[in-house]
Design a protein around this ligand. Structure first.
Ligand code: XUL
Ligand code: CO
Length: 438
């Protein structure tokens, strides 16, 4: 393998909280056993190919600022191999267990559908070769159904059925490759599945198309014996004004309608939650309460901006609360924590990518350790249990099970002269318990 921009960098290791080495993990000790499992297995961190290897710093106002060797090559297939070499070198530097990709991140578009698919399979085989000598595995694969102009009016929800067919074909091949590379999940983010104006949109028809598309994906998963999870990634807006997969609750309704709620789970992203007017922990708790928690895209937005800035996370309290709800849900199973985050446009050096990941890994690990402390102390859980304890009595449990009719509830309440007294929600006390872990 040729030298890459990461070859000279040493592998980042755990050195503990007192280390002065800026490129060491201070909190992420992958072997540390917490609540019966090593951190590596709890966290299941992944590097996102698109942000780390493809993104070039261009924005709507300015030209690319990041110039990587593989970005300037005339031979697009050789460029894809060079990019893969650099990718696996970066995974080696960060020593994280997983990566994630879109088809278009790893291989160039061709002149025809057949050529695009051939390019994709050729580079996928190259990735398989790289994986055979790497510790890094595939957390999930996905298809880019939003960059090319053919997808400007959507993929599955495009008014043109030919685009639906094109997207379906692309997803079939992405699922094949994800399976072949041992991927543990397959993600569908509805890139341009939404609308900009209802004046040109038949929403009922488009939702029907989205439901059929997802059903095809689930049927195919079973046909090929893919044992990974199918995940939908909710997002409320951007690029379209209104995205159909708005948030966890909306996607649940959609899944229920098409009978897919036991087949598909959710890949929740921190900044998508924020854009939907929620906190990350709200989305995690919602998904968990519906049995839909799948995987996480870890990042942050900028509350002052309101668009999808995809920054690396740096808020310890937000991370702790997210991790606490992951723990309450019993962990992520086949899911993981994917850094769907990009360095800023002015962070032009390869080592900026390493600083970004090291900080984010440490932040999540530190938040996780604090969340585990909250679980071990058990005081938040005890307060919660106490708050709902009334439902444990025989009569109240029967009411919840649907064994008591409305008129019976009313008759009993009237007979008793029911006079319930308000109880404190103790919010400040509970906030203190959280704050004291910092
Ligand atoms: C877009 C986004 C995507 C998905 C994968 O906001 O989050 O990168 O994670 O398509
Ligand atoms: Co994402």
């Amino acid at each position: 393998m040729s030298q890459t921009i990461f070859t000279a960098m040493p592998t980042v290791t755990y050195e503990g909280p007192t280390s002065q080495n800026e490129l060491a993990y201070r909190w992420y000790d992958p072997d540390q056993v917490v609540l019966g499992q090593p951190l590596r297995e709890h966290m299941r961190f992944a590097v996102a190919y698109w942000h780390s290897l493809v993104m070039n710093g261009a924005d709507p106002f300015g030209a690319p600022t990041l110039h990587r060797p593989w970005m300037d090559r005339d031979d697009a297939m050789q460029a894809a191999r060079d990019k893969a070499d650099a990718a696996f070198d970066l995974f080696r530097v960060l020593d994280l267990p997983f990566f994630t990709f879109h088809d278009r991140d790893i291989a160039p578009e061709g002149d025809s559908l057949g050529q695009s698919l051939a390019n994709f399979h050729t580079i996928a085989d190259y990735l398989a070769e790289k994986m055979s000598t790497s510790k890094t595995r595939l957390l999930w694969g996905t298809a880019n159904l939003f960059t090319h102009p053919r997808f400007m009016s959507g993929a599955a929800t495009n008014p043109d059925p030919e685009i639906f067919r094109y997207a379906a074909t692309t997803v079939k091949h992405c699922m094949d490759v994800t399976k072949a590379l041992g991927g543990e999940n397959y993600v569908l983010w509805g890139g341009r599945e939404g609308y900009d104006t209802l004046l040109n949109t038949d929403m009922g028809h488009e939702l029907e198309q989205a439901g059929r598309f997802l059903s095809l994906v689930v049927e195919y998963k079973h046909k090929i014996g893919f044992s990974g999870q199918i995940l939908i990634e909710p997002k409320p807006k951007e690029p379209t004004t209104h995205q159909y997969d708005f948030d966890a609750a909306t996607v649940f309704g959609f899944l229920k309608r098409f009978g897919l709620e036991t087949e598909v789970k959710l890949n929740l992203e921190a900044n998508h939650a924020l854009l939907a007017g929620h906190s990350f922990e709200h989305e995690i708790a919602t998904a968990a309460s519906l049995g839909l928690l799948g995987s996480l895209d870890i990042n942050r937005g900028d509350p002052l901006l309101g668009w999808d800035t995809d920054q690396f996370p740096n808020d310890l309290q937000a991370a702790t609360l997210a991790m606490y709800h992951v723990l309450l849900a019993g962990g992520l199973g086949k899911g993981g924590m994917n850094f769907d985050a990009k360095i800023r446009r002015q962070s032009i050096d390869p080592e900026d990518l390493v600083y970004a990941h090291v900080g984010a890994v440490d932040l999540c690990a530190r938040g996780f350790l604090k969340a585990a402390q909250l679980v071990e102390e058990g005081r938040l859980a005890a307060a919660l249990q106490d708050r709902y304890a009334g439902w444990n009595s025989t009569e109240n449990a029967a009411m919840l099970r649907g064994e008591v009719a409305l008129e019976q509830i009313a008759a009993e309440a009237e007979e008793k002269g029911l006079n319930p007294q308000p109880r404190s929600g103790r919010q400040e006390r509970l906030e203190n318990l959280l704050a004291r872990t910092f």
